[in-house]
Design a protein around this ligand. Structure first.
Ligand SMILES: NC(=O)c1ccc[n+]([C@@H]2O[C@H](COP(=O)([O-])OP(=O)(O)OC[C@H]3O[C@@H](n4cnc5c(N)ncnc54)[C@H](O)[C@@H]3O)[C@@H](O)[C@H]2O)c1
Length: 328
């Protein structure tokens, strides 16, 4: 399917990610069908999107009429039969469960034309394994958005072993068209790019806490006010080049034997989860999370992220900065 044939998007799952993904496409002028197995989650979606717009309007990145047009373009579908009427691309954002996702694909595929493209927002499940549910396997790929999807620009577009080149390139081009910064993940590896990088760091952060090397606050501060502060503009491989690869090699020779390399989740993490301290959802994790703090942090996070992203876009004149290789 060519890019210009895509006029209508379907989003499966109206939860944390799904409602924000629907917002992206409706804001870019696409009609969007939204479906959720839980009617309450479906009904809540438009209210959540209206809430998401508040900070955009406050920062003058959107006007109230943008919000209203966006909401008008979204149809809440009461059934899968109603949902499949229209979309040329269906993005799935239901629970992170291989069986649930595959059952849903098997139910939907016979209801759609053979050129409808399907993608999954899975955080880590193999695209090739998920795609085995399809009869026409080339139509399936991964589109991994980052939370909050309507704020963070990057989308990992993931090629499964059977994904057709045309579907892959069309979805990549679509992400650019709606103002996202897509990256091509050419081989389907668990965790793709971002979650491999992110969880390598979380494993080390949790290990540092477990061994009482520092408080949770100080571990987070070293990222927020140290090396993490340059990350909106400079990636790890650019930083390695800037620091010098000889130095990088010497540090790795010395340091690697001391880094956390466990192949299991940390015992501290297991204990917290068993005790119901699951983080924000449980009210407590590495930190205490009373509801008013959660609301405040999320509002501040979105405002700060939007300001940083807006600043980068105005400095570089484009959504995604040119690669170093393109700068010559
Ligand atoms: N939360 C994140 O930070 C994040 C980031 C990137 C990717 N993801 C991935 O996105 C997907 C969705 O995650 P989320 O955080 O939005 O979850 P969520 O629990 O907030 O929402 C999932 C929604 O799917 C619905 N659902 C469950 N089974 C369904 C079915 N058979 N048909 C239709 N709807 C169904 C649920 O009712 C729920 O509303 C997962 O694969 C997750 O791994 C999550």
């Amino acid at each position: 399917m060519e890019l210009n044939k895509i006029k209508h998007i379907g989003v499966l799952g109206a939860g944390l990610m799904g409602h924000g993904i629907a917002q992206i496409f409706a804001s870019a002028g696409y009609d969007v069908n939204l479906y959720d197995a839980d009617p309450a989650a479906l009904q809540a979606a438009k209210g959540r999107i209206a809430d998401n717009f508040k900070i955009f309007i406050e920062l003058k990145l959107a006007r109230p009429e943008h919000r209203d047009c966006c909401l008008d373009r979204i149809s809440l579908c009461p059934s899968l039969e109603a949902f499949v009427r229209g979309p040329q691309l269906i993005i799935e954002a239901v629970l992170e469960d291989l069986k649930i996702k595959r059952n849903l694909y098997s139910e939907l595929e016979p209801l759609t034309p053979s050129d409808t493209i399907f993608s999954s927002n899975t955080s880590a499940i193999s695209i090739t394994e998920l795609g085995a549910a399809f009869k026409v396997k080339g139509r399936f790929l991964g589109t991994h958005f980052w939370n909050p999807p309507h704020v963070l620009p990057c989308v990992e577009v993931i090629k499964g072993a059977a994904t057709a080149d045309e579907a892959f390139e069309t979805v990549y081009a679509l992400m650019e068209k709606v103002g996202k910064v897509p990256v091509r993940v050419l081989k389907d590896v668990p965790g793709f790019l971002g979650n491999r990088l992110q969880h390598a760091m979380w494993r080390e952060a949790i290990s540092l806490r477990e061994n009482n090397i520092a408080s949770a606050e100080d571990i987070d501060k070293v990222v927020k006010y140290g090396f993490g502060a340059r990350m909106p503009f400079i990636g790890p491989l650019e930083t390695a080049d800037l620091a010098g690869l000889g130095l990088t090699r010497d540090i790795h020779r010395y340091l690697f034997p001391y880094l956390e390399s466990s192949r299991e989740p940390s015992p501290v993490l297991e204990d917290l989860v068993s005790a119901g301290a699951t983080g924000v959802r449980g009210g407590r994790g590495f930190y205490e999370w009373p509801p008013e703090k959660v609301q405040r942090i999320i509002r501040q996070r979105d405002g700060i992220l939007l300001r940083i992203i807006h600043e980068i876009v105005s400095l570089t004149g484009q959504r995604g900065r040119k690669d170093a290789s393109e700068e010559g």
